[in-house]
Design a protein around this ligand. Structure first.
Ligand SMILES: C[S@@+](CC[C@H](N)C(=O)[O-])C[C@H]1O[C@@H](n2cnc3c(N)ncnc32)[C@H](O)[C@@H]1O
Length: 245
């Protein structure tokens, strides 16, 4: 099946309805800030959020840092700007962009799953490294690893706002557990004042073992620390990666 890109283009307007920035992202972002403070070997004022999407992490992190958000998608950046008026946002590809600017901290999380081959995965961490001051910290949080992946897991998320009723049905499936890819398939049920529209999405995503994460982060040049983050029933490994002074 061919990959699509609706959520980051024509359906980007749905993103604000998929998880509330102020509630669902706040606890995680507090944890991100705490890890940065714990591991940084310099004072931290500035943060680059690579793959900032609709700016929900930015919304929370801007309380603690002067945040710049970077994303590939102009439509998602437009959502991020609406949520964070006056915020600094730039368009770029995490595999290749170079801003010519350095930050005290970098955050990369769910967007990394779009790095669906080893070369892209490595390139994204090289980008993070190149944008950090010595003594700065990259926080990298895998959405999923080979250890945590649940074959054929399907989640259903309903949402309602301003006469719109939505259901997001998201399924993950790994057709070949021997390689470093899996599939995310999404069904969007969009009811605008009860009139139904159905859209579908299909993404080829990257999946790597925790040992691969550790290896790639160390090879990039980072001093790597690990912490667990618990959210409800789920536990996530977070990597706090320090660039040597
Ligand atoms: C799920 S969204 C991120 C949402 C974000 N965590 C938030 O706080 O709203 C994933 C994002 O990854 C971005 N992305 C995918 N590939 C990318 C790339 N090569 N470079 C930069 N951003 C990329 C997409 O455009 C999308 O906005």
């Amino acid at each position: 099946m061919k990959d699509t890109c609706h959520l980051y283009t024509d359906l980007a307007w749905l993103w604000p309805m998929w998880g509330d920035a102020a509630t669902e992202y706040a606890h995680y972002c507090q944890h991100v800030s705490g890890l940065i403070r714990k591991h940084a070997q310099r004072s931290v004022a500035t943060l680059l959020n690579i793959g900032c999407g609709g700016g929900k992490n930015v919304f929370n992190l801007k309380r603690d840092f002067e945040v710049t958000g970077l994303d590939l998608s102009p439509a998602m950046l437009a959502q991020a700007k609406e949520l964070n008026p006056g915020g600094a946002f730039v368009q770029g590809d995490m595999r290749t962009f170079r801003l010519g600017q350095h930050f005290d901290a970098v955050l990369m999380d769910d967007a990394i799953s779009h790095m669906n081959c080893r070369a892209d995965f490595v390139a994204a961490f090289r980008t993070a490294y190149e944008h950090l001051h010595p003594g700065g910290v990259l926080i990298a949080t895998p959405d999923v690893t080979i250890e945590t992946f649940q074959q054929n897991q399907t989640t259903t998320t309903p949402a309602s706002r301003d006469g719109l009723d939505l259901v997001f049905v998201e399924n993950v499936y790994d057709p070949d557990p021997a390689d470093e890819q899996y599939e995310t398939t999404i069904l969007y049920l969009i009811r605008d004042r009860a009139r139904l529209r159905i859209e579908t999405e299909h993404w080829t995503m990257g999946i790597f073992s925790l040992d691969t994460w550790r290896h790639v982060l160390r090879e990039t040049g980072f001093d790597v620390h690990e912490e667990q983050y618990i959210s409800g029933q789920d536990s996530y490994t977070m990597f706090a990666c320090v660039k040597a002074r």
